[in-house]
Design a protein around this ligand. Structure first.
Ligand code: AKG
Ligand code: FE2
Length: 313
């Protein structure tokens, strides 16, 4: 549609923002975050709390990880959707990913590392753990800002405690020719919120409200925030859940790390009463996130899955 090079996505400066201490720019960042998430369900953030060399070390680790034999990568299994090894799909042949469930739990990252490298890989596990911790700190700052901006501060602790963190790392191989190829099919994330880091190779695209696709072009030290269906439903539609995809072109492989905050098993997504009034009638009946994900992976899933599953008609 010709708008691919126009950068419309807001970049918000999170420098000096910390969870426990309200800095002078807290209020200004809060209103920028709210506006961006209402309009795009997504924004780019510059965040200065991540040690300078850490992202590079993590990406180096990912290069080694994805070079492991397929058989080794396949050992990362999970009985939950989208957690284990994903790859070798005809629709998205460039895409491969590996998930680390409950990544902040003691030992999760080490177990994953030892599964992939039987001789261990301390550089990988140490850098991945630090990075995950930093991303989760950032995730909690954003959620606090969002809830405050909606007058829902009393729910902050419940909100944070209602989710676990999945880390999923992705590799998108460069296309073999000069064409642009699909890296990852367009979708909304089903979870609460996603924080993404990528290496210097662009590819993530976001659909705006008027249906245009824009390329997300983060700088090397910035993070991308994406609102998922669960946060959209929990705010009774105040936040947009971002429809996005990955398109690959050029000759360099793309790597990304996603921190997915996912409602805990059995947790019911229910919009607080403050979000419901005459102007904002309830959009979705309270629903169990895990049951919804199961539904999504049936034939009835698809773009409007959440509406089909629990929409108020
Ligand atoms: O790799 C990316 O930039 C996007 C990944 C993504 O959208 C997802 O895993 O849900
Ligand atoms: Fe996504």
């Amino acid at each position: 549609m010709g708008s691919e090079t126009i950068k419309l996505l807001p970049t918000i400066n999170f420098s000096q923002l910390e969870l426990e201490r309200k800095s002078p720019n807290w209020e200004s960042v809060k209103s920028q975050v709210k506006l961006a998430l209402q309009e795009f369900g997504c924004f780019e953030a510059t965040f200065d709390q991540i040690p300078r060399d850490l992202p590079d070390t993590v990406i180096q680790g990912l290069r080694q990880l994805f070079e492991l034999p397929l058989q080794t990568k396949l050992q990362n299994m999970s009985n939950k959707h989208y957690r284990g090894y994903i790859g070798q799909h005809a629709v998205v042949p460039l895409y491969e990913s590996l998930g680390i469930d409950d990544a902040l739990d003691l030992g999760s990252i080490e177990r994953f590392t030892n599964l992939m490298w039987s001789e261990g890989n301390p550089d990988f596990s140490t850098s991945m753990r630090s990075f995950t911790e930093k991303l989760s700190e950032f995730d909690q700052i954003v959620r606090k800002l969002v809830l405050e901006s909606l007058g829902l501060e009393k729910y902050i602790d419940e909100h944070i405690e209602s989710t676990n963190y999945l880390v999923r790392v992705q590799k998108y191989e460069a296309p073999k020719n000069d064409e642009t190829e699909l890296g990852l099919t367009a979708h909304t994330d089903k979870n609460m919120m996603t924080i993404l880091y990528q290496n210097e190779v662009n590819g993530l695209e976001l659909q705006t409200k008027d249906g245009h696709w824009i390329t997300v072009e983060p700088s090397p030290n910035s993070l991308i925030v994406i609102i998922g269906d669960a946060f959209h439903a929990w705010t009774n539609g105040r936040l947009r859940s971002a429809y996005h995809r990955v398109m690959m072109k050029g000759s360099v492989d793309r790597y990304s790390v996603g921190l997915f905050s996912i409602p805990k098993e059995g947790y019911i997504i229910k919009a607080p009463e403050e979000m419901i009034d005459e102007e904002h009638p309830l959009l979705y009946k309270p629903y169990d996130h895990f049951e919804f994900v199961k539904f999504f992976y049936t034939d009835q899933g698809g773009l409007t899955a959440l509406k089909a599953y629990c929409g108020v008609v």
